[in-house]
Design a protein around this ligand. Structure first.
Ligand code: TYM
Length: 332
């Protein structure tokens, strides 16, 4: 054990995308074993947008299966569903009272989602970051491996932790975000100025379950530019930059290392190489995911064991927080 605690979560709000894989899932296995690591399917977060119950259940199983297929081993980490550990919701309530309206109003994810779901801008969607802070702070988390889009949420979790500690004395570890060295923000293949999202079903998003032909077609159709040169220029050539970042992440390289392999080559060569890299990286993960999904009873068992481990520590932390706030001790 390195002594570090690592926590991350993925919402079962849609089919997972290549962005979820390269920005988060792919590297989770590197954090298990040597660290104290927890990975969660955050179903409570998912219901901030209306979900079909059967689909939510299915996507939660699928999320667990993607975690396992990406190399997580339940013997080396704690893998669980957020709704199975009620301390998350309880601490979220407490942290709501330490989070300011103004802070929540500034969150870009809230602004984006509120714009996309105009008829359901609910209080849960607004308070989402306080629940996310609870997820992280409950376990004395040091590091949170996530994609770039979660930066604002992690900063808020840090601020809330510091605020609470400032009032009640040292209680929460102030967590740090860990971004990947490439593909921290995988962009939409059709609009490389927007994030690739699992909530947008289009040619611009590669979904993890898609077959080789579909994935290759989407990548070969990726929007580039008229510069005609492969360079790493995020502002002038966002499409090419995105392809190089995806290639780099698939090969565990930096974008600069990836660039060196394309001197004198054209956009067609680049797209072909990216398609091949993505298909190669995903093939074994997809195969394992399919096997795991055939046995949901086994996934239930993984979740049950994970929740039991998480619950014990979460309840302990919650009791510490309740005592500091001045609640009388729970008897039994
Ligand atoms: P979610 O479910 O949207 O995404 C899961 C993970 O995938 C990353 N990600 C991306 N990375 C690179 N490029 C992209 N296009 C891309 N799209 C998504 C996300 O950064 C994330 O790491 N609020 C979180 C879930 C959450 C959480 C937590 C995460 C809830 N509680 C506690 C960490 C710790 C979310 O909506 O992720």
């Amino acid at each position: 054990m390195s002594g570090k605690t690592v926590f991350s979560g993925i919402q079962p709000s849609g089919e997972l995308s290549l962005g979820n894989y390269l920005g988060a899932l792919k590297r989770f296995k590197d954090f298990q074993g040597a660290n104290d690591s927890l990975f969660c399917v955050v179903d409570l977060h998912a219901i901030t947008v209306r979900q079909d119950p059967a689909q939510l259940r299915q996507r939660t199983y699928s999320g667990v299966a993607w975690y396992l297929a990406s190399g997580l081993d339940p013997a080396q980490c704690t893998l669980f569903a957020q709704s199975h550990v009620s301390a998350h919701a309880e601490l979220a309530w407490i942290l709501n009272t330490f989070t300011q309206m103004g802070e929540l109003e500034r969150m870009t994810q809230f602004k984006d989602k509120a714009a996309r779901h105009k008829h359901n801008i609910n209080a849960g969607l607004f308070a989402y970051p306080a629940l996310m802070a609870a997820d992280i702070l409950l376990y004395d988390t040091h590091e949170v491996p996530v994609g770039d889009d979660q930066k604002q949420h992690i900063e808020l979790a840090r601020d809330v932790a510091e605020r609470f500690n400032g009032i009640y004395g040292p209680t929460f570890v102030v967590p740090k975000m860990v971004a990947p060295k490439a593909a921290a923000r995988v962009m939409d293949l059709q609009d490389p100025t927007s994030k690739m999202s699992k909530s947008v079903d289009s040619l611009g998003t590669v979904f993890l379950h898609e077959d080789e032909k579909t994935i290759s077609k989407k990548i070969m159709k990726a929007v580039t530019d008229n510069e005609g040169m492969i360079r790493l220029d995020k502002d002038k050539q966002p499409g090419v930059y995105n392809l190089l970042a995806i290639y780099a992440a698939c090969h565990d390289q930096t974008p600069e290392e990836a660039l060196a392999q394309f001197t004198g080559k054209g956009y067609g060569d680049l797209k072909k190489a990216v398609a091949e890299a993505v298909v190669t990286v995903l093939a074994p993960v997809q195969a394992r995911h399919k096997e795991l999904m055939a046995d949901t009873a086994q996934l239930d068992a993984v979740l049950a064991a994970g929740a039991a481990k998480a619950r014990a520590r979460a309840n302990k932390k919650l009791a510490e927080v309740y005592a500091k706030i001045g609640f009388t001790p729970r008897q039994g």
